[in-house]
Design a protein around this ligand. Structure first.
Ligand SMILES: [Zn+2]
Length: 320
C-alpha cells in the first residue's frame, strides 16, 4: 500500500478571473483535473472539499490594513490591487479565502493522520504576497498561513517551506525572515521577477536575528535543469534539514520551473519533479512522520503543468 494523499480543489477556484490572455488562468486547474482523471489517479485520491478561511485567519500572516484594502479594491470594481500588479475580479476576495481555507484543511488532514500528504490545486497562488501587499499573481500567502496554522492549532513547532517555483517567493522569505521556527528554502531562476524589484532571492540571505540560518536561497542560471536543481536539494537542503529536523513540510509547488513553461527559463523535467518530490519525502519521513502539504503556485504551460502535477502527486503516493 502506498501513502494516502489528499487532493483539495474546487470549481469555485475558477471564479477568480485575471483577464483574457493572463497566464494565471482558470484553465490551469481544469488541465490538472483532466490529467489526473486520465492517468487513473483521481479515484485513488482522498478528495476534500475546501471551506473558506475567515478574514481573522489571514491575520496569521497579513496586516489588517492590507486585508481591508483588498476588500475595498474589489468592492470598488478595480481590476488590479492598488498594492501593485495583482489582477482581481468581483469574487477574488472570497476565492482567495477559499484557497487559504483549502491549505488549512490540508494541514488538518495531514496533522490528524487522515492522510500522509495533501496537494492543494488552488488559485490564486500565494508565495509573492507579503504581510502588507499582494504581488505577482498572489493575494494572500497560502504557504505562510498553512505553516502558522499548523503551529497554532496542531502543536507543530518547526516547519520547512520548500519552494521550487521558477520565481523567488519573496513574500514567504519576508514573513519568516527573523523566525527560527519556519525554514524557507528556495530554488529559482536568477535575476528574473521579482528579484530586481525586491532585492531578495540572493544566496547570501540567510535570515536575521533569531532567524539567522533559517533561510536558504539557491538561484539557478537560465537553462539549468534536473542536474542543477537536484544538486541544490541534495547538497544544500538535505544537510540543513538533518539539523533543523522539521515536523511538517510545506511545498510551494510552482511548475513554471519545467522546460516547456512560457515564462520560466529553467529546464526541469517530470523526472526532475519526481526526484525533488522524493528528496522532500525523505526529509519529511525522517522527522515529520511524512507530513507534506503541497500547494500549487505557478506553472503556465497547461499540458506541462498537468503532467508535472500528476507526476508530483503520483510520487507522493509512493511508500518511502
Ligand atoms: Zn512562479
Amino acid at each position: 500500500m502506498g501513502n494516502k494523499v489528499a487532493f483539495i480543489s474546487d470549481s469555485a477556484y475558477l471564479e477568480h478571473h485575471t483577464g483574457l490572455g493572463h497566464p494565471e488562468s482558470p484553465q490551469r486547474l481544469a488541465a490538472i483535473w483532466e490529467k489526473l482523471a486520465y492517468a487513473g489517479l483521481w479515484d485513488e485520491l482522498t478528495h476534500i472539499e475546501p471551506v473558506p478561511a475567515s478574514a481573522d485567519d489571514l491575520l496569521m500572516a497579513h496586516g489588517g490594513d492590507y486585508i481591508e484594502q483588498v476588500g475595498r479594491d474589489i468592492e470598488a470594481g478595480r481590476t488590479m490591487l492598488s498594492s501593485g500588479d495583482t489582477s482581481i475580479s468581483p469574487r477574488s476576495f472570497d476565492i482567495a479565502l477559499l484557497a487559504v481555507g483549502g491549505a488549512m484543511q490540508a494541514v488538518d488532514a495531514v496533522c490528524s493522520g487522515k492522510v500522509t500528504s495533501a496537494f492543494c490545486a488552488v488559485r490564486p497562488p500565494g508565495h509573492h504576497a507579503t504581510a502588507d501587499a499582494g504581488m505577482g499573481f498572489c493575494i494572500f500567502n497560502n504557504a505562510a498561513i498553512a505553516a502558522r496554522y499548523a503551529q497554532k492549532n496542531h502543536g507543530i513547532e518547526r516547519v520547512l517551506i520548500v519552494d521550487w517555483d521558477v520565481h523567488h517567493g519573496n513574500g514567504t522569505q519576508e514573513i519568516f525572515y527573523d523566525n527560527p521556527s519556519v525554514f524557507y528554502f528556495s530554488t529559482h531562476q536568477f535575476g528574473i521577477y521579482p528579484m530586481p524589484m525586491t532585492g531578495l532571492g540572493y544566496d547570501g540571505q540567510r535570515g536575521e536575528g533569531k532567524g539567522e540560518g533559517a533561510n536558504i536561497n539557491y538561484p539557478l542560471p537560465m537553462g539549468a535543469g534536473d542536474d542543477e536543481i537536484i544538486a541544490a536539494f541534495t547538497e544544500h537542503l538535505v544537510p540543513a534539514m538533518a539539523e533543523f529536523s522539521p515536523e511538517m513540510v510545506v511545498i510551494s509547488a510552482g511548475f513554471d520551473c519545467i522546460a516547456s513553461d512560457p515564462i520560466g527559463g529553467l529546464g526541469v523535467t517530470d523526472e526532475g519533479i519526481a526526484a525533488l518530490t522524493r528528496i522532500v519525502m525523505d526529509i519529511a519521513t525522517a522527522s515529520a512522520d511524512g507530513r507534506i502539504i503541497s500547494l500549487l503556485e505557478g506553472g503556465y504551460d497547461l499540458p506541462g503543468l498537468a503532467s508535472a502535477t500528476t507526476t508530483h502527486i503520483r510520487t507522493m503516493m509512493e511508500k518511502r
